[in-house]
Design a protein around this ligand. Structure first.
Ligand SMILES: [Zn+2]
Length: 634
């Protein structure tokens, strides 16, 4: 077992060059990130029952030093220090933000009788800590409304710390969200949930030690909290730009921005405060067009267009812009420049990628060609790639238009990693010859090549210790060089797992009980179909089951044929093999693991008329997913 290494010469050279290239003497962000501080966040860590930290800013005290260590890119170090400024801040009179207490911001607007809470963090625990700090300094004000700006978990997961489901059900508290919120919030975390959760361990470096050789910052915020994720569905959907509501005496003008940073997202303007909430559409980083944990690719063109619309509608009457990550921007001129620069950034990425695509360049060729934004943007701190990066954003634009295939027939049907690995190792003359070449490349500082070359050997022979060590060393140097916080986390997590194996005791997933309960029956059947093992189900005869959900009054006709599950909502099939009668509540309990189909059938909570073997034979083909699958080895 090897340990983390120092930065090598090639790495310190890359990091030193950043100091020359960027405008480190521009320190306005530090003033803005501290402006309006009411109270610093308490330093004590929040922990799970098993001791795993939920949120622990004190673990980042090593970032207090102004000068970056050699193992951290100085630009990322600067962002890390900004993201460490944590507490309760006044944005303007009547608007407060809790920042640095989760990856996202929790914003509070003080209304006539109570408060409106915007985006209650990821976890109940961090949201509780935030609200406690707010109430200590602003009094015990009642929550009268919640706004979710968009469908990502860091903007709703702590909601049960803010309001109870009963207060929402009784109508005392309304929850506002953009149209399509629930479908996207749930679907994103369910269909590909296991794969995404596992890949997010890499993107967020959740299991990495905190320190100058470990996780340092995610660019968008310090880290993701690991507490209890909840979801209370919205009561009021905003479905039209220009909708104006008065909530607790506060007029709010909404702008829908679907297909930008999230499939369901909205900005809104507060005329009384001359304040604009830009959700996650304009933050102090180049954002992701494709999140590396895996997600549907975003639309840079729509993103740019909606920022343009926000400028038109709001910028001229805005004194302060705040968002759900990072610190606000004050001053009408600054707000305009910030929005216009953000708009240009996404449009530039979109247009230049398409221009190069139309010259025949393929993804990596485009990424190696578009290595900087235009000079007017390149040295602006908020245009730096701390969360998105130019490299992966341009590949995302390519993916959106042309997909995974780069057009080269040699890449149409390559061998899969293990088979390719064996052939590469053999072609190079065996493991020792490969390692010799890789060590030479390492000495020359070509860590990208080392990573690629040795990866073939690790996949050919995952037991080769020297290969694992060298691969880890290369990924680590690449991580140390990253300006992008998520790239750093990904490289360092790869290095960690090559050295120590998959993290033990990792059970962090975004599939929470509330998410399961928020699933519609449609979504449930979609997910059931995803769990059918195609090989096992191939032998089943065609089967049709009528389903009746007595508590919600919904009927479904579900067909399993050719190992594919399809359904018709609101239908019953006269020739069905059987009719399954149950409640949605029982289905939810099955989803939560509180009972199973088999037990619910035995206890008559599920009634079956007709062929009693039909449902069990389908259930017998269902697959289960193991979260902690391998990534850096077969
Ligand atoms: Zn977010």
């Amino acid at each position: 077992m090897t340990a983390e290494k120092d930065a090598q010469r090639a790495t310190t050279a890359v990091n030193a060059a950043m100091l020359e290239r960027l405008a480190f003497d521009d320190t306005r962000d530090f003033a803005d990130a501290s402006r309006g501080l009411v109270a610093a966040a308490p330093g004590d860590a929040l922990k799970r029952d098993n001791g795993f930290p939920i949120w622990d800013m004190a673990a980042y005290d090593f970032e207090d030093a102004e000068q970056a260590p050699q193992t951290v890119n100085p630009s990322l170090w600067r962002q890390a220090r900004l993201n460490k400024i944590a507490g309760l801040f006044q944005v303007t009179e009547g608007i407060y933000q809790l920042r640095g207490m989760d990856i996202s911001n929790l914003t509070i607007i003080e209304g006539d009788t109570g408060i409106i809470v915007i985006d209650p963090f990821i976890s109940v625990e961090t949201a509780q800590a935030g609200m406690r700090l707010y109430r200590e300094h602003r009094g015990d004000r009642l929550v009268v409304a919640v706004i979710y700006t968009h469908s990502h978990v860091d903007h709703y997961g702590g909601v049960r710390a803010i309001v109870s489901a009963a207060d929402v059900a009784s109508g005392r508290v309304k929850i506002y969200a953009p149209s399509g919120f629930l479908e996207h919030a749930v679907a994103e975390n369910v269909f590909a949930g296991t794969a995404m959760s596992r890949r997010s361990h890499y993107q967020y470096g959740v299991f990495l030690p905190r320190g100058p050789r470990g996780q340092v910052d995610l660019g968008l915020g310090k880290a993701v909290s690991s507490g209890t994720i909840t979801l209370i569905p919205p009561t009021d959907l905003i479905d039209r730009t220009g909708t104006t509501l008065t909530i607790d005496g506060v007029p709010i003008e909404f702008q829908l921005t679907p297909g930008t940073e999230a499939p369901a997202e909205m900005n809104f303007y507060l005329p009384t405060f001359r304040a604009l909430c830009a959700a996650e559409n304009a933050t102090h980083t180049l954002h992701n067009l494709l999140t590396l944990r895996g997600a549907e690719v975003r639309d840079a063109r729509a993103w740019s267009a909606y920022l343009n619309e926000a400028i038109d509608r709001f910028a001229g009457r805005t004194d302060v812009l705040f968002a759900s990550h990072h610190w606000p921007t004050w001053g009408t001129g600054n707000v305009h420049e910030f929005l216009a620069d953000s708009r240009d950034m996404y449009q530039f990425l979109h247009d230049q990628t398409l221009r190069l695509m139309n010259h025949g360049l393929t993804p990596m060729e485009i990424a190696e060609t578009l290595t900087a934004l235009p000079p007017g943007l390149d040295r602006k701190w908020y245009a730096r790639g701390y969360y998105g990066s130019l490299s992966h954003c341009v590949r995302a634009v390519y993916q959106r238009y042309l997909g995974f295939y780069d057009g080269n027939p040699a890449h149409l049907n390559p061998h899969q990693p293990v088979d390719a690995g064996r052939r590469y190792v053999e072609a190079i003359g065996g493991a020792e010859a490969l390692l010799g070449k890789a060590r030479q490349a390492f000495a020359e500082g070509d860590y990208r090549w080392v990573a690629e070359l040795v990866n073939h050997l690790v996949f050919a022979d995952p037991g080769n210790k020297a290969a694992r060590e060298l691969a880890a060393d290369a990924l680590e140097q690449l991580g140390y060089q990253c300006e992008n916080g998520t790239w750093r986390s990904i490289y360092l997590t790869g290095a960690y797992e090559l050295r120590h194996g998959v993290f033990k005791g990792g059970d962090l997933t975004t599939v929470s009980p509330d998410t399961i309960q928020a699933m519609s029956v449609d979504l449930y059947f979609d997910y059931l179909g995803i769990r059918i093992d195609g090989d096992k189900a191939a032998a089943l005869p065609e089967m049709v089951l009528n389903w009746r959900f007595t508590d919600i009054g919904e009927d479904y006709a579900v067909t399993v044929r050719n190992a594919a599950l399809t359904y018709r909502a609101g239908a019953q099939d006269a020739l069905a093999n059987a009719t399954v009668t149950l409640t949605k509540a029982v289905l939810d309990r099955i989803g939560l693991g509180e009972t199973t189909f088999e037990r619910a059938i035995a206890s008559k909570e599920i009634g079956i008329d007709g062929d009693a073997t039909a449902l069990p034979s389908i259930l017998g083909t269902l697959d289960t997913f193991d979260l902690m699958f391998n990534i850096v080895e077969p």
